[in-house]
Design a protein around this ligand. Structure first.
Ligand code: ADP
Ligand code: MG
Length: 268
């Protein structure tokens, strides 16, 4: 019998079990256990240094956890490369924008498609003609992704020419090109203006409407509380609360962890 498996809820798409991450003497994550169920938008919040990005890194194969398990569709992801994890349908965006500035917007999305169709995408980028039909199909698909995030008019511009907010949208289009069933977003609205944040909330809901489950790391409480079904609160590597947004906002331990960060203020 596998106790980790028994404790997982039957409808959990992602199941993080007893995950710990240590960097030398520093414990970044201590025995973290939480689920994301299919169709949910789950936010992972916590003060700077709480371990949110480390958790994402462990889930997506960028970091080997010290102990514990990460299960997706009831199979462990431990030991798989980030590419293999993406191929299973778990894809993330990065806290810092990570587009290829010297490539066009369209090429960036084609490189996202490469996670699914590596040979073809590389051939396209090298300009080989033997794959013309598949090239058209992939280009159509990339354009469709750009349409979804509203970047079609920018398709042939260099990614580096986009304003910051649009680079973040491009990051989402690249991730979606890999056809995830679980998308992890690391602080996607940081640095965006209020109008861009509001529109990004709409985008998150439209992604979910495509049957993509979302785990969101975000500091912007208006976005988190507005869009999440459930909020998991980390403080110094430990989960201190896991519940509906309203429940989390009135939890005394959460309020204490956020004192000085304007947590209570953010809702007024
Ligand atoms: N690669 C690393 N090596 C050493 N310490 C790290 C590394 N990555 C993160 N940390 C430390 O782990 C803790 C959690 O960091 P992080 O996961 O980035 O937090 P958050 O995303 O919640 O701000 C911090 O104390 C950070 O300095
Ligand atoms: Mg972080």
């Amino acid at each position: 019998m596998n106790p980790a498996r028994d404790s997982a809820k039957p409808d959990a798409l992602l199941s993080v079990r007893d995950l710990s991450i240590r960097f030398g003497g520093l414990t970044a994550i201590a025995s973290m256990t939480f689920d994301a169920n299919a169709g949910e938008i789950v936010s992972l919040i916590g003060p700077n240094g709480a371990g949110k990005t480390s958790a994402f890194n462990a889930i997506t194969g960028y970091l080997k956890p010290t102990s514990g398990d990460v299960r997706f569709k009831d199979r462990s992801l431990l030991g798989l490369s980030s590419n293999a994890i993406a191929a299973r349908g778990v894809v993330r965006t990065f806290q810092k924008t990570s587009v290829f500035g010297g490539r066009t917007v369209l090429d960036n999305v084609l490189m996202g498609l490469h996670l699914r169709s590596r040979q073809t995408a590389i051939s396209i980028l090298l300009g080989l003609t033997s794959v013309a039909r598949e090239e058209r199909e992939l280009t159509d698909e990339a354009i469709e992704m750009l349409a979804f995030v509203g970047l079609v008019p920018r398709a042939h511009e260099l990614a580096s020419a986009l304003p910051y907010g649009e680079q973040r949208l491009l990051g989402v289009a690249i991730a979606l090109a890999a056809k995830p069933s679980l998308l992890l977003l690391d602080e996607p609205v940081s640095g965006l203006n209020p109008a861009e944040k509001a529109s990004f909330m709409g985008l998150i809901r439209r992604i979910r409407a495509r049957a993509i489950t979302i785990v969101l790391v975000e500091h912007d409480m208006r976005t988190v509380m507005g869009v999440s079904d459930r909020v998991v609160v980390l403080n110094q590597g430990r989960i201190i609360c896991d519940g509906a947004p309203a429940e989390v906002q009135r939890n005394p331990e959460v309020i204490k962890a956020y004192l000085g960060e304007g947590f209570a203020r953010a809702h007024h």
